[in-house]
Design a protein around this ligand. Structure first.
Ligand code: SF4
Ligand code: SF4
Length: 90
């Protein structure tokens, strides 16, 4: 069951990929054709808010009833980046 909704405003997205790297659940991937971040696996979202906090353009919002109170610290993002799956390669 999807508890949370990850909403990306494509008009605001500057394709920096911060949210792709920051997401520990691989909910968001890079769409190189559109040059936008896209939500590909909403059901995995744990509402950690990493994506919201990593976005320099305020283009990502998490909508849901409640947010869990842990976050992946930025120093761990490179490690997570190694596991990032890109939906549609460069
Ligand atoms: S809230 Fe966390 S798990 Fe959900 S899309 Fe954002 S970074 Fe990924
Ligand atoms: S962090 Fe924001 S601007 Fe960067 S790719 Fe994600 S949605 Fe787009």
């Amino acid at each position: 069951m999807v508890q949370y909704k990850t909403v990306i405003d494509e008009k605001k997205c500057i394709f920096c990929l911060n949210c792709v790297v920051a997401c520990p659940q691989e909910v968001i991937e890079a769409d190189y054709k559109k040059k936008k971040a896209v939500v590909v696996d909403q059901v995995q979202c744990i509402a950690c808010i990493n994506c919201e906090e990593s976005c320099p353009a305020q283009a990502v919002k998490i909508i849901g009833d409640k947010r869990i109170d842990w976050k992946i610290p930025p120093e761990r993002w490179p490690e997570l980046h190694a596991n990032v799956r890109y939906a549609r390669g460069p």
